[in-house]
Write a protein that binds this ligand. Structure first.
Ligand code: ZN
Length: 485
């Protein structure tokens, strides 16, 4: 064992002993405390106001020797934050990214104040607890420990607190277009996969996302005769649109695997009790198509699993009518589709047209901004189409990099559970790096139950203090493995 490594090893054990001690007593966890402080800064987007988080983190990290920088965007109050812990530069940096903005709340549905940062029954409650201020707190606390312990690094580690992940246009793609040199790295961690607990509270598996689904929007416009509502006509635009939506509601998109989702299903098969173990296995490797269809039907009852195996269709906006005694000449709906990587947008549009099967219903690509005249002007735009094509061609991040290996080995050691690559069911801002060929690995770095996941973007969002501590230890060890001299 090299001297420096031995040094790091000792430090690591001191740190772990403290974390274990925290887990066994009521001593406050620094990660939980940091998360509570972050939750108290309301960054509901819009408007976001992420710069308040940036200032808070800068004040915390600068005295510890981090190079910090707040990068303003053209929108007041909206900024990205970078903190760099310097290494000797012999290897390219590792980046830890988490978004500082959160989605808004339905306040009346919460049992606690969503912006009070409350700790209750072993959980930190608040908007962003899981998505994604929890990650921000874990990454920051692991880096603080590294800085305090003065661990010698052979590469820089960059912490990025992002703006506009949940909505808005000054997201990481904007940052990458203007300041790529500041976020260039060998590989990055971002949100994505899960350290998933089974109903008994033990970690069942750890999934690390290596690709994200792609989000696209289509506008359906039905055309009919506009006339007096006392004399209905057979080609009523609203009925026509309703029939089109009913057909989409009953339509099942086909089963599609990526290398990541295939391996993920095999891991589920290995770690699940019967009969689901066989069902997962049938889905991936049964040669009888009827058995595969039956397995898909069973597995797809779980909306998350359905989403990673299929292109999904969800109506998100409806717009029709302008007078109570007029049958309108048109009616519109917008559907949001989440596509498996590799899906071709023109094929997808044709597929929807075929299902709708009505020449009086147009199906057009939309930018998703809403059913306004502005968005319909952009519909079908070639630039948008080219953008979507480029995103759909992004390759899955490889699993043979130092960062993936470090995360996989430390997760396995920490949670004694199998680790698998994964296709994330939604989109993240990882595409800013992935499209530039930089691997991004997605993980929410704390064990979660399915109940915790359901609260994400919902009510009473929470994360357990124990999970935050375990995640901090895991990320600390990952950073030691990947960046310590
Ligand atoms: Zn998120």
């Amino acid at each position: 064992m090299r001297k420096q490594y031995r040094y790091c090893y000792l430090i690591l054990h001191l740190f772990l002993a403290t974390a274990v001690c925290r887990a066994q007593t009521t001593q406050t966890s620094p990660t939980a405390e940091l998360l509570e402080q972050l939750i108290r800064i309301n960054t509901s987007n819009p408007p976001g106001n992420e710069v308040q988080v940036d200032r808070f983190l800068a004040a915390k990290l600068k005295p510890l020797g981090f190079e910090t920088e707040i990068i303003p965007t053209p929108e007041a109050g909206k900024a990205h934050f970078l903190a760099r812990l310097k290494g000797n530069g012999s290897k390219k940096p590792i980046l830890l990214a988490a978004h500082a903005d959160v989605v808004g709340v339905e306040r009346s549905q919460w049992s606690v104040d969503p912006f009070a940062g409350i700790e209750k029954d072993g959980y930190v409650y608040g908007r962003g607890a899981l998505d994604n201020k929890g990650s921000l707190a874990v990454f920051t606390e692991a880096l603080i420990e590294l800085a305090k312990n003065k661990v010698p690094l052979d590469r820089d580690i960059i912490l990025l607190s992002e703006a506009d992940e949940e909505s808005g246009k000054y997201n990481t793609e904007w940052l990458a277009e203007h300041y790529f040199d500041k976020i260039d790295c060998a590989a990055s961690l971002n949100e994505g996969g899960w350290i998933m607990e089974n109903p008994r509270g033990a970690v069942q598996y750890v999934s690390i996302s290596t690709a994200d689904k792609l989000s696209v929007w289509l506008t359906l416009t039905s055309h009919g005769t506009s006339t007096h509502s006392s004399m209905p006509v057979p080609n009523d635009a609203i009925f026509t649109l309703a029939q089109a939506l009913a057909k989409l509601s009953n339509y099942g998109t086909r089963l599609q695997f990526t290398p990541g989702s295939r391996q993920f299903l095999l891991t589920l098969s290995e770690t699940s009790p019967e009969p689901m173990s066989k069902t997962y296995s049938d889905l991936v490797q049964n040669s009888d198509p009827a058995q595969v269809v039956a397995a898909d039907k069973t597995v797809s009852k779980n909306p998350l699993l359905h989403a990673i195996l299929h292109n999904t269709i969800a109506p998100v906006f409806l717009n029709a009518g302008f007078r109570r005694n007029v049958i309108p000449g048109t009616a519109q709906a917008m559907i949001n589709m989440r596509l498996i990587p590799g899906s071709k947008i023109d094929d997808v549009i044709r597929e929807i047209q075929t299902v709708v099967d009505n020449p009086r219903v147009d199906v057009k690509l939309s930018d998703g901004a809403g059913l306004s005249s502005a968005s319909s002007m952009i519909s079908g735009d070639e630039k948008l189409r080219a953008h979507i094509r480029a995103l759909s061609e992004i390759q899955q991040s490889p699993t043979d990099t130092a960062l993936y290996k470090a995360l996989a080995s430390q997760a396995e050691a920490e949670f004694h559970a199998p680790v698998t690559p994964y296709l994330f069911q939604a989109g993240t801002d990882a595409f800013a790096w992935r499209k530039r060929g930089i691997p991004v690995y997605g993980i929410y770095p704390y064990p979660v139950s399915s109940s915790d996941i359901q609260r994400m973007h919902g009510n009473d969002e929470r994360i357990s203090v124990r999970s935050l501590d375990q995640g901090t230890v895991m990320i600390y060890k990952v950073l030691i493995q990947v960046a310590a001299q």
